[in-house]
Structure formats: structure tokens, C-alpha cells
Write a protein that binds this ligand. Structure first.
Ligand SMILES: *[C@@H]1O[C@H](CO)[C@@H](O)[C@H](O)[C@H]1NC(C)=O
Ligand SMILES: *[C@@H]1O[C@H](CO)[C@@H](O)[C@H](O)[C@H]1NC(C)=O
Ligand SMILES: *[C@@H]1O[C@H](CO)[C@@H](O)[C@H](O)[C@H]1NC(C)=O
Ligand SMILES: *[C@@H]1O[C@H](CO)[C@@H](O)[C@H](O)[C@H]1NC(C)=O
Ligand SMILES: *[C@@H]1O[C@H](CO)[C@@H](O)[C@H](O)[C@H]1NC(C)=O
Ligand SMILES: *[C@@H]1O[C@H](CO)[C@@H](O)[C@H](O)[C@H]1NC(C)=O
Ligand SMILES: *[C@@H]1O[C@H](CO)[C@@H](O)[C@H](O)[C@H]1NC(C)=O
Ligand SMILES: *[C@@H]1O[C@H](CO)[C@@H](O)[C@H](O)[C@H]1NC(C)=O
Ligand SMILES: *[C@@H]1O[C@H](CO)[C@@H](O)[C@H](O)[C@H]1NC(C)=O
Ligand SMILES: *[C@@H]1O[C@H](CO)[C@@H](O)[C@H](O)[C@H]1NC(C)=O
Ligand SMILES: *[C@@H]1O[C@H](CO)[C@@H](O)[C@H](O)[C@H]1NC(C)=O
Length: 321
């Protein structure tokens, strides 16, 4: 009863709000930046986001004499703070490079636990130096990527496996600079801590003489409205700060579960194999979840968030009279 006044006022406000929505680029995959509390530089794109952990498992190749700790078995390093984004492809890539563009994009980020992620007010690239990334494309920070015809770092194909489950697979594009990867090897008794900096080798990279590279690094992933996993296999070549070499087969595995609050609604593609999302975060959804809607008559849908604000405003106006 008290809120009759705000309903009226809200209806007026809605007209104003509706006219402010123009200007969103229909080709971009960038989300609106008005989601309160979102660490925007981690969650910039329309898609699904999974919290999880990444395990790097490297089998040092025994006949590389300069490797440290040869014969010790695999080196296993885990990054428990990992975020996998599986996102919509930017529309400019599809428009300007229809045969070269991937049907989706993935972006895996790894960092050491305890890293101070920049606060949500920071729209820029955040603590990027301390966050490692493996991305299928140069993830865009502008509506239109700088060079929409550039070859993507990973070439992917997608398939639609079940209602809300999709998978993808592909290989690292040999035309693009090799995927970098660094980690601390703490398992070597003779070296308490060795930071290795290196790359996943492709058939065009220079290689330690005893590593044989027969294929580009491979990726496969599966994701749904609940969880995701990703596996990358390749051959690693890296050097420690003291110059010792490490090389061999490497597998990078991510497993995670969806962060629903920060994901858009994944949809079933009834026409093809590419995943589709309904852009919900920033539109009908806030970080707290779906915004319930109030029907204000035919064709009028109003977010309660706005309704409440309007209510407060309405009451202020009411008491003022
Ligand atoms: C490669 O392997 C051969 C035979 O095991 C060994 O003699 C040679 O030193 C190795 N090369 C390097 C660079 O480790
Ligand atoms: C990562 O998580 C695993 C399993 O939960 C745990 O065994 C391991 O100690 C954690 N690693 C770090 C560096 O916290
Ligand atoms: C990638 O390289 C191959 C030959 O190495 C070339 O034929 C192809 O055009 C290149 N593709 C792009 C997108 O640059
Ligand atoms: C390696 O360990 C050092 C010391 O703890 C840390 O500063 C650095 O960030 C670590 N690097 C990686 C890639 O884990
Ligand atoms: C790791 O190697 C790349 C080149 O492969 C170089 O650009 C980068 O600065 C190196 N990083 C560190 C921490 O040494
Ligand atoms: C490099 O790898 C790509 C993809 O696997 C393959 O098409 C190409 O023929 C390879 N190039 C050479 C020189 O082996
Ligand atoms: C995911 O989708 C399936 C199939 O539509 C549904 O049964 C399930 O409840 C959904 N899970 C979540 C967490 O929404
Ligand atoms: C590396 O992996 C390939 C393919 O899985 C395998 O054929 C090869 O034997 C492995 N090499 C080593 C040294 O483990
Ligand atoms: C990751 O998930 C896959 C498939 O669900 C499973 O086989 C694998 O054991 C998991 N790995 C880790 C490190 O949790
Ligand atoms: C996922 O991780 C982020 C921080 O990295 C955290 O803010 C968020 O609450 C997590 N979500 C879930 C569902 O665990
Ligand atoms: C956020 O921005 C989008 C796109 O401009 C708009 O549709 C939406 O209404 C805005 N949400 C809020 C709460 O302002």
C-alpha cells in the first residue's frame, strides 16, 4: 500500500532508464562495467567462469644431461587459485575472419594463493605480472579487438555434447609465439627453489637437441552449467635462473566448478555446435543472483533493485508533501 507511490514513480523512471540503454555494441563480447563488486579485469567477457585448480605435471626427459634432478620422476606443481573463463567469441572476429575465428574462447588464469587481486573498482588489467594466462585468443579489452584478423593463439573446434554440456579441442597455432609457462620446482633436493621460465614447444620453436617435437601443443576441454575441465599436452622447455635446462612432456590439467554468480546463462544451441550464452550479468542479474522482476502492466518489466530505490525516493517525495 505504501509503495503505490513508488510504482507510479518507478514507471516514470523506467522510461528514462530504457532510453539510457542505447549504445551497447551488439558485436562485442564485453560485459557492461556496471556490475557492483565484480573484479572486472578477471570477468570482462560474456560467458561461464569456473573456480578450480591447475596441476602441471612434467616428466623430465632423462637424456638431457643439463637437467637438474634427472631421474626423480615427474615434477608436479599445483596452482590452487585458478580461474577458467569460457567465453563468447567477439563478434568482430566472426565478422572479419569468419573462417579463422574460433567458435568460443577460453582463458585460463593461474596465480599463487594469497595474491592480492586488485579491488573491483579497478577496471584495468590488474596484477597481470603475477597472473599467468593461457588464452585461445588475444582477449579483447575494447569492444572491437585491435586486429580482428590476427590468427588466434589456439585453433579450436567445438561440439555440443548434451543439453548444457559443450566440449572443444584444438592445437596451438604455429604462426603465433609459443605459449609461455613458468613455475617453481621445489622437489629438487639439490636446489631448494628453482623458478623455471619456458614455453610449450611447437614444431617451429628451437628445441633442446634431445627433445623431439612432432606436434603442436594440444588442448581439450569440456564445460557445462556446473563444472569444467581442461587439459593441455605438449613439450616443455625451460631454464632456471641459474641457466639449467628442463625439458620433457608436460600436461596441464584444470578442474573446476562454476561460479554461477559471475557467469552468464549458458544455453543449449539448437542450431549448431558453438556454445551460446544469454547475456545476463549486468542485465537481469547482479552478483547476488537473478534480479526478480515486477510486472508493471503489459510489456513493462522492472527490476526490483530499481523499484526499491524508487520506493525510497517515492517515500522521500511522499513525506515531503
Ligand atoms: C642427448 O642425449 C645423448 C645420448 O643420451 C647425450 O650423449 C647428449 O649429451 C644429450 N644432449 C644434451 C644436450 O643433453
Ligand atoms: C592445493 O590443494 C591440494 C588439495 O586440496 C593440497 O593438497 C595442496 O597442499 C594445496 N597446495 C597449496 C600450494 O596450497
Ligand atoms: C600460418 O603459416 C602458414 C605457413 O607456415 C601459412 O601458410 C599461413 O598462411 C599462416 N597463417 C596465418 C593466419 O598467418
Ligand atoms: C616462485 O617462488 C617465489 C618465492 O616464493 C615467488 O616469489 C614466485 O612468485 C614464485 N613463482 C611462481 C611462478 O610460482
Ligand atoms: C621468461 O622468458 C620470456 C621469453 O621467453 C621473457 O620475455 C620473460 O621476461 C622471462 N621471464 C622471467 C621472469 O624471466
Ligand atoms: C607443424 O605443425 C602443424 C600442425 O600440427 C603441421 O600442420 C605442420 O605441417 C607442421 N610443420 C612442420 C614443418 O612439421
Ligand atoms: C544444469 O543443467 C541441467 C540440464 O539442463 C539441469 O538439470 C541442472 O539442474 C543444471 N544445474 C544447475 C546448477 O543449474
Ligand atoms: C612424450 O609423449 C609422447 C606422446 O604422448 C610419447 O609418445 C613419448 O614417448 C613421450 N616422451 C617421453 C620422453 O616421455
Ligand atoms: C580432473 O577431472 C578429470 C575428469 O573429471 C579427472 O579424471 C581428473 O582426475 C581430475 N584431476 C584432478 C587433478 O583433480
Ligand atoms: C570463486 O573465486 C572468487 C575469487 O577468486 C571468489 O570471489 C568467489 O566467491 C568464488 N566463487 C565460488 C562459487 O566459490
Ligand atoms: C548496466 O549496463 C547495461 C548495458 O548498458 C544496461 O542494460 C543495464 O541496465 C545496466 N544495469 C544497471 C543496474 O544499471
Amino acid at each position: 500500500m505504501r509503495c503505490r507511490a513508488w510504482l507510479l514513480l518507478a514507471a516514470l523512471l523506467q522510461g528514462i532508464l530504457a532510453s539510457e540503454e542505447v549504445g551497447t555494441d551488439p558485436l562485442t563480447n564485453l560485459r557492461p562495467d556496471n556490475v557492483t563488486g565484480l573484479i572486472y579485469y578477471l570477468y570482462r567477457w560474456t560467458g561461464s567462469y569456473y573456480n578450480g585448480s591447475t596441476t602441471i605435471r612434467l616428466q623430465p626427459q632423462d637424456n638431457i644431461q643439463s637437467s637438474t634432478c634427472v631421474g626423480q620422476g615427474p615434477i608436479v606443481v599445483s596452482f590452487n587459485s585458478s580461474l577458467l573463463a569460457v567465453t563468447q567469441t567477439n563478434g568482430y572476429l566472426l565478422q572479419e575472419n569468419p573462417t579463422g575465428a574460433n567458435p568460443l574462447a577460453f582463458n585460463l588464469k593461474l596465480w599463487l594463493e594469497g595474491l592480492n587481486l586488485l579491488p573491483s573498482e579497478n577496471m584495468n588489467d590488474g596484477s597481470t605480472e603475477d597472473i599467468q594466462e593461457i588464452s585461445s585468443v588475444q582477449m579483447n579489452t575494447k569492444d572491437r579487438p585491435d586486429d580482428p584478423t590476427a590468427a588466434p593463439p589456439w585453433k579450436l573446434v567445438a561440439s555440443h555434447d548434451a543439453a548444457l554440456t559443450y566440449s572443444f579441442q584444438g592445437y596451438h597455432n604455429p604462426n603465433v609465439s609459443a605459449q609461455a609457462l613458468r613455475f617453481n620446482n621445489t622437489q629438487c633436493a639439490s636446489l631448494p627453489l628453482a623458478l623455471y621460465n619456458g614455453t610449450l614447444l611447437g614444431n617451429q620453436s628451437s628445441v633442446l637437441s634431445n627433445l623431439s617435437v612432432t606436434t603442436e601443443p594440444r588442448v581439450r576441454g569440456i564445460f557445462s552449467n556446473e563444472s569444467a575441465s581442461l587439459e593441455i599436452k605438449g613439450i616443455y622447455q625451460g631454464y632456471s635462473e641459474s641457466g639449467s635446462a628442463l625439458g620433457g612432456n608436460v600436461t596441464i590439467v584444470f578442474n573446476g566448478t562454476i561460479d554461477e554468480a559471475r557467469s552468464d546463462r549458458l544455453m543449449s544451441n539448437t542450431l549448431g555446435s558453438a556454445p551460446v550464452w544469454e547475456s545476463t550479468l549486468g542485465y537481469t542479474k547482479t552478483l547476488m543472483g537473478e534480479t526478480p522482476v515486477v510486472h508493471v502492466g503489459a510489456g513493462n518489466v522492472l527490476g526490483v533493485g530499481w523499484g526499491l530505490r524508487a520506493c525510497v525516493l517515492g517515500l522521500v517525495v511522499f513525506w515531503g508533501l
